[in-house]
Design a protein around this ligand. Structure first.
Ligand SMILES: NC(=O)C1=CN([C@@H]2O[C@H](COP(=O)(O)OP(=O)(O)OC[C@H]3O[C@@H](n4cnc5c(N)ncnc54)[C@H](OP(=O)(O)O)[C@@H]3O)[C@@H](O)[C@H]2O)[C@@H](O)CC1
Ligand SMILES: [K+]
Length: 522
């Protein structure tokens, strides 16, 4: 569970460390260069075999400074290294200047204009721009990169491409690239896609909101204290190795043995009318698989035969009106209510949501339960509390939080979810390849199904209903933290898709979950 840092948080961390005298900018830059070289050689052991050719594209700031260090360290290993600088060498300042001078004392420096005509290297380093960028990079830099990244070196290992800290022009807060306005014919040209990104001290937030490289970013320590990052950030990426995942699962669920089914909670899932029950049945199955002791599906009377024909371990109740729901909720053992999948966009759905929330139960709201409040989101928000979970996709999010959805490049997905949770007073899970989970107190988890954790097969009908069901099932047992179980559900959902593999349909997800839970030592 690594912390994610924005550019501002990273700068704060560096500044605090330098002001305290704990370290210096020069030292950090040296460590960054050393860490990058070590990461590159461990990523591609064939590069460690012998001297090869590298080209280092350097910018005018400290990212360029890191590039001069990498160039020097590779040259010290006997490599042939060409360094290209964007801009006037006399304007390079501070720690970067010291490293530029250390380079030019022994090696030539070439202007960026010459890079495009050079022979493709075995290793191409992007040290043009790092976290100091807030506009598209110059054409010249973009073209130099593409010219050298395009083809393999004439001899030695195939050309590998590496970005230092982040690819140049990548928005480390929001993900994605700064693109020229208007975008022109070829916006893709501004999207540098290196094989690897080596990022310094801590993962930058944007690297886990959109993919920045062909493989997962490598974080290298540069001598800043660990806890400096921890105190700076309230955003984490939900990943970790197998041992961490097991510990996470135990921490969130309590890990205790539940002896009686009622100790594991009783979930109520509301379903739609005849022919509209599949979504709720999938959510119910998911809730049962995720650990609820009992699950009841409640549907209009005329949908009972259809549901009775399909459900076995899941119980069934009739519920036509909000009064019927109130009567069901008189059973004190019902611990969580899930509303939305297949329920229909209507005034009745709004009333059902009101009844569920009035009962003081934990409530998971998805799909139609969210869209039913599009005309008056505030009437929903007034009823919510921190034990409620909203699970919108981008479209549903835009209906409830139109101003936050129109964020453009001014607000990251992390900040959009954080502001939404603060406004509505509930946990918000904003779906996507990067799913962001925020609570009203401002704590955020990012589940990034990116890089080696990509799950394109999750883009399938009904997958969202299953996620609502996983959250509901994990919420059913008393005493669990609502945000924490929501985060865990997002991970279990993607992990079930991942272990199942291609050909997945939503119904497979609940049935794959036991395998994932077994891996967690559940
Ligand atoms: N601080 C430290 O001790 C450590 C920092 N480290 C490293 O430093 C990096 C941050 O360095 P940084 O702050 O100097 O910013 P950086 O990304 O190099 O760019 C700023 C320069 O580029 C220019 N510029 C920007 N955009 C531009 C554009 N579109 N087109 C043209 N020019 C543009 C900008 O000029 P300006 O915007 O003022 O015109 C300025 O000259 C960080 O990512 C990490 O790699 C590590 O070594 C660890 C220790
Ligand atoms: K870079």
């Amino acid at each position: 569970m690594e912390r994610l840092l924005t550019a501002a948080e990273m700068r704060e961390t560096e500044k605090a460390a330098m002001e305290s005298g704990e370290t210096s900018g020069r030292h950090l830059m040296e460590r960054a260069g050393e860490g990058a070289v070590a990461a590159i050689l461990s990523e591609w052991p064939d590069l460690a075999d012998g001297p090869h050719r590298a080209a280092v594209l350097c910018g005018p700031g400290n990212n360029g400074g890191d590039g001069f260090v990498v160039a020097r360290l590779l040259a010290d290993r006997g490599w042939t290294v060409e360094v290209y600088l964007y801009g006037d060498p006399d304007r390079v300042a501070g720690d970067a200047r010291a490293n530029l001078e250390a380079w030019t004392a022994r090696h030539p420096l070439q202007p960026m204009e010459q890079a495009a005509g050079a022979t493709p290297p075995n290793l191409l380093i992007d040290a043009m721009f790092g976290i100091g960028v807030s506009r598209p990079i110059p054409d010249l830099c973009m073209q130099a990169w593409h010219a050298l990244a395009a083809s393999d070196a004439p001899s030695g290992p195939p050309g590998r491409t590496v970005a230092l800290d982040c690819p140049s022009g990548f928005d480390v807060d929001r993900g994605g690239y700064f693109l020229p306005e208007p975008e022109g014919n070829d916006p893709a040209a501004w999207r540098l896609l290196p094989d690897l990104c080596v990022t310094f001290h801590a993962a930058k937030q944007g690297l886990f909101l959109e993919e920045a490289a062909r493989r997962a970013p490598r974080v290298v320590a540069i001598g800043l204290a660990e806890d400096a990052a921890a105190t700076a950030a309230a955003t984490r990426v939900l990943s970790g190795d197998a041992a961490e995942q097991r510990a996470w699962y135990r921490r969130v669920t309590g890990g205790e043995e539940h002896l009686h089914k009622y100790d594991r909670g009783h979930a109520l899932v509301l379903g739609g009318g005849p022919g509209k029950g599949g979504a709720a049945r999938m959510a119910a199955r998911a809730a049962l698989r995720a650990g609820a002791g009992l699950v009841t599906v409640a549907v209009p009377r005329d949908a009972l035969p259809e549901n009775a024909a399909q459900l076995n371990a899941i119980m069934l109740s009739a519920m036509d009106t909000p009064d019927d729901l109130d009567r069901l909720l008189e059973d004190g053992r019902l611990s969580v209510v899930c509303l939305g999948p297949g329920l229909g966009v209507s005034a009745r759905t709004r009333e059902l949501v009101g009844s569920a929330l009035d009962s003081g139960r934990r409530v998971v709201l998805d799909a139609d339960a969210l869209t039913s409040f599009r005309e008056a989101p505030d009437t929903l928000f007034e009823m919510l509390n921190g034990d409620c979970v909203l699970t919108p996709h981008e479209g549903e999010f835009a209906r409830l939080f139109p101003d936050l959805a129109e964020r453009g490049r001014s607000l990251s997905k992390v900040d959009a979810a954080r502001q939404a949770a603060a406004r509505c007073g509930a946990v918000v899970l904003l779906k996507g390849a990067a799913t962001v989970i925020a609570d009203p107190e401002g704590t955020v988890g990012v589940h990034a199904a990116l890089y080696d954790r990509r799950v394109p097969q999750l883009a399938t009908a009904g997958a969202g209903d299953v996620l609502a069901g996983f959250i509901t099932g994990l919420c059913a047992a008393p005493g669990r933290d609502t945000r924490a179980v929501t985060e865990l559900a997002a991970w279990l959902h993607a992990e079930s898709a991942r272990t199942f593999g291609p050909g997945l349909i939503a119904e497979d997800l609940p049935d794959e979950l036991p395998k994932v839970l077994a891996g967690l030592g559940a």
